[in-house]
Design a protein around this ligand. Structure first.
Ligand code: FES
Length: 101
């Protein structure tokens, strides 16, 4: 199983960009829970971490597509494809992201 382990904790509403090999991941903390999705917009391969996170929605900085970071669902165009979402567990002050889904 491929994992990313993060020993840094986030504040609510905060997000960080992670990279493992060629995989870009956006880790967010919302209402005390961690969520991880692909950090690449499905429209034109821009880093979503440069966009704005409001509630559970991240908005792409380039053309404004919106994605739900709890599920990866595309909520608004011009993108129409969902982004990958990954399961996250929070154990012993370490956040573990299963990157092979
Ligand atoms: S690159 Fe994200 S909406 Fe176009």
């Amino acid at each position: 199983m491929t994992q990313i382990r993060v020993s840094q904790s986030l504040n609510d509403g905060e997000s960080i960009a992670l990279k493992q090999g060629d995989q870009h991941i956006l880790l967010c903390k919302i209402s005390g829970k961690y969520h991880a999705v692909s950090n690449i917009c499905s429209h034109a391969r821009v880093l979503l971490s440069k966009g704005r996170l409001r509630g559970t929605t991240i908005t792409c900085p380039l053309h404004g597509a919106r994605f739900d970071v709890t599920s990866g669902k595309c909520l608004g165009g011009p993108a129409f494809q969902d982004i990958a979402s990954y399961s996250v567990s929070d154990e012993d002050n370490e956040i573990i992201i299963a990157t092979d889904r």
